[in-house]
Design a protein around this ligand. Sequence first.
Ligand SMILES: Nc1nc2c(c(=O)[nH]1)N[C@H]1C(S)=C(S)[C@@H](COP(=O)(O)O)O[C@H]1N2
Ligand SMILES: [Mo]
Length: 535
Amino acid sequence: MGKAKTKLAIVLVLVCVMGALAACAPSSSESGGDAGEPAASPYADGKVGNKTGFDPEGPYIENIDQYPEAMDAADRNARNAEANKPSTYTDQFGFTVQPVPADPKGFNMTYLNAENRGCLSCHTTIEDALMSMDTWHTVGAMGYPTQLTVANCIGCHYSKVHGDQRPMSSNMHGIHNGKEGFIEMGGTCDSCHFVDGNGDFQMWDYVKYDQYRGITDLTAEEASLSVSYDQETITPDGQIFFEGMRQGSDPASWMTDDENYDEALADSWVVTIDGEVENPIEMTVTELVEKFGTETVVAKQNCLANGVAGGWIYQAEFTGVPISAILDYVKPAEGVQQALTVSADGAYQLNLPIKYYEIENALLVTEMNGKTLPPSQGYPIATCFPGTSSGYMVKQLEHITFSSDPTPMGKMPIGQLVKDPQTGTAIGLPNSAVLSHPDGVLLEGQAGKELTFEGYADGWDEPISKIEFSLDHGKTWTEVEMTEDYDLDKWVYWRINITPPEAGSYLLNIRTTSTMADGTERVCDRNTQFLFTVN
Ligand SMILES: Nc1nc2c(c(=O)[nH]1)N[C@H]1C(S)=C(S)[C@@H](COP(=O)(O)O)O[C@H]1N2
Ligand SMILES: [Mo]
């Protein structure tokens, strides 16, 4: 201790000398010291930190004399960030995507190992993963540049309940764990999951944006979003999602060739409407159109399995024979409860309660957006129940059978929104997504410039009452309220303008609210999250 005291005087003398060297002192800015003022040193030579190491007889740390340089925090972080720059790729729509934000420490890349987690860190697209399976699997391809995510898988693989044929957890573990491809890519539990502070396994893709650093938060005031919406926007040709279901999911049965179809088919394609009706009919598509005429409606079509932030939705102008006119003619018997609607290949058999056929503007569709219905949409004729699901659009329609028997007929149960196994509430009700850009998009040369993002909100059979946007992880929101004349057959198509002030990554949270039948408000159980980076 005496040794230390004698050195103190020399230290004080050296304080002035150290002033010139202050820039070398590690963490001088982090410790909050005034610039130019040296940290007080207990050492004779005024050095800061231990550059010689403890006496080997005392507390011992191996290589301690090499530590001070290596432990220079600012420098280490900068080197880590430089060596671990997030990468970018071009997605299937031609957008440049940077899934992980850059941060000053390289924290996301190293500590979170973010680029090696989540479905799309290994799979180019989910569609591609499904196509490469040994067994045929339905593929639902987005028409908008919106990526399929695990949220869409949950739409069908929802249940963890024993006895369910298709629970996500058992399927996904079965095809990943211990499998060659997964092992080769260094797959672990962490590839798909995030273990939270309670030791609970979360889906990484659901929680990643709450873990990332380097996202620039903007309060609602700073973001000063301008939001507009309409209910009329029609999905452009080629942006309608495609679901390759059909017969047993075999791609050979998919109707993907929309250019090359038999134009004379409408004259020979017979639709049968029978069962408990007074006047059963068997008529060609051409005869149906001649006898009952056509009407045109604009309606959204939303897949029941569309997940949070998913793009399995579109809006189109449908022209076809009004089902109301057909019902007036065939006259279903008193007490008819339901009808089974079957496609020509017999693979799609949908049973729907009679109330759907009684929807005022329900159609047997022959045209879409002013053109002959393309094969992918059901040429030569398909059902359309405005305000309901695209799943109720039975394509290549052949047969409708009315029945007073309440027992479900056909191969498929009546479609209904499925429940999220984690939240216990209906998936994507109400829902929203960005449709103009993929999540994680990198927009080059756009810092400080005005950007427009577009997307939808839809509440199924509940009207949307408001849509809220946040750019500060949900602390403050910009909201837009829907007007009284809300049209339930249509979606809400919104546009937001934002000028990101500087280069960096930004996170848009979208929270949607609908009004339930009893008048109470329903808020989406998961926000739609959309990351974008500008430089
Ligand atoms: N004949 C037939 N119609 C069908 C299907 C099908 O597999 N076969 N899939 C249904 C489902 S679940 C949906 S979501 C839509 C998908 O339509 P899209 O591929 O045109 O988007 O078609 C519906 N109609
Ligand atoms: Mo669907």
